[in-house]
Design a protein around this ligand. Structure first.
Ligand code: SF4
Ligand code: SF4
Ligand code: SF4
Length: 407
């Protein structure tokens, strides 16, 4: 009898990935060796003689149960499923400046004044809101022109970030209406405090996804962090209304030294069924939550499901940067909202396609984990989403890895 890995199973030597279900099965040194021998054609009886038969029996049972393998009477070839004809990958190869996702920052200002937030150019957090300082800002007309250019370049997904994007509500809603008329999907990072009922009805009608930052479920902590007495009650009512309108939303919990004690209780207070994203203030910020350092460095929440659509991308590209750019309030174009060490150009002076023509963005798009100094050695390199922006802020080197318990 022979064992073959199924055509939809990808093995990187240490982990088996089921590309249909997104599940993974981790192997130790011995089981990895056994599975490799069996998949290469060794028959099961020989393997049982060479290795512990109890070990082999148990691995085979588990792999069959998880539908990772076939048991065959004769040695056979099971060709792997290939997804090289994926539209995104082929269109990238044909036209490298094809744009899929654009993040737009309409303002670096915010109506809130969180004690930890500053407008330095160094990232102290991953994706989300942060204040930024600008000496100039693009006009409404310039943004509308950029929106048109982005559509012509093929953008399929727009993200609005800030500061607080609702501070430019009229422009924001005009751009949303335009993008939705082109069938482009929209998401917004917001602190939620300016979302009144009319605004939420507009966002619901346009099927916008909201990423709402919540700092606490404790009125005292909320007051210390934001200076606002009624902030928590307001945001809590807003979330209830968002739920009643069935607006897609994620709750971003930004952990810092003031709210760190709520880590184990906040989900119960806000509602266990919501979709939460944990985000941390990194050590360059004086409110960094030292007691949550272990959680911040935990690699497990960064691991994503590998599937037939993303496998080839993950081998070749950086999943934060690929197909995506960020445009700041003043028109500067960067790899992402928190990574601003190098601008690809300034819109207003240049057109969007001109920024792509210099190909400077390509080194970021192509920065897969296999090009990172330490990650390349890690068994999770193929399925790990790590933040290059906080790394760059810490070491000034985009290829290092400081915040990971695998190192
Ligand atoms: S809501 Fe966001 S952008 Fe506004 S002050 Fe707080 S952290 Fe900064
Ligand atoms: S070493 Fe790199 S690839 Fe591995 S888990 Fe850590 S950040 Fe992810
Ligand atoms: S590198 Fe990725 S995770 Fe980090 S801020 Fe940029 S887009 Fe967000």
């Amino acid at each position: 009898m022979y064992l073959k890995l199924a055509e939809y199973v990808y093995c990187n030597g240490q982990i088996l990935f089921n590309l249909l279900s997104g599940s993974r099965y981790e192997l130790n040194d011995v089981t990895a060796q056994i599975v490799q021998k069996l998949d290469s054609g060794m028959d099961i009886e020989t393997a049982m003689r060479l290795y512990s038969s109890a070990d082999i029996d148990s691995i085979i049972k588990q792999l069959i149960e998880m539908e990772y393998v076939y048991i065959l009477d004769t040695p056979s070839l099971v060709p792997k499923i290939q997804m090289h004809n994926s539209t995104v990958l082929t269109s990238y190869l044909r036209s490298p400046f094809k744009l899929f996702s654009l993040t737009i920052e309409l303002t670096g200002k915010c109506n809130m004044d969180c004690i930890f937030c500053n407008s330095s150019n160094l990232a102290y957090r991953t994706c989300g809101c942060k204040k930024w300082h600008y000496d100039r800002m693009l006009s409404d007309t310039q943004w509308k022109d950029i929106a048109k250019q982005a559509t012509e370049l093929g953008a399929k997904n727009i993200v609005f970030s800030g500061g607080e994007p609702m501070l430019r509500k009229i422009l924001l809603f005009d751009l949303i209406s335009y993008f939705r008329s082109k069938n482009i999907t929209i998401s917004i990072f917001t602190n939620g405090s300016l979302l009144d009922k009319d605004s939420l009805q507009f966002l619901a009608k346009n099927e916008v996804t909201l990423n709402i930052q919540i700092l606490s479920s404790n009125i005292n902590n909320y007051r210390i962090l934001t200076g606002s007495e009624k902030g928590y009650n307001d945001i809590s009512n807003t979330i209830s209304y968002i739920k009643s309108l069935k607006i897609q939303h994620n709750i971003i919990l930004l952990w810092n030294s003031i709210n760190a004690t709520e880590f184990d209780t906040i989900r119960d207070a806000l509602g266990a069924q919501l979709r939460y994203i944990d985000c941390y203030l990194y050590p360059s910020n004086k409110y960094h939550p030292k007691t949550l350092r272990e959680k911040m460095n935990n690699h497990i929440p960064r691991l994503i499901a590998l599937d037939l659509n993303n496998l080839e991308y993950r081998k070749n590209f950086n999943m934060c940067f690929f197909g995506s750019i960020f445009i700041a309030t003043d028109g500067s174009v960067y790899p992402c909202m928190m990574l601003r060490r190098e601008s690809f150009g300034v819109l207003g002076d240049k057109q969007l396609y001109e920024v792509f023509l210099n190909h400077e963005y390509a080194k970021y798009w192509n920065l897969s984990n296999f090009k990172l100094t330490q990650c390349v050695l890690c068994k999770y390199a193929i399925c790990c989403n790590n933040c290059r922006a906080v790394e760059c802020a810490h070491t000034a080197d985009i290829t290092t890895t400081s915040y990971c318990d695998m190192i």
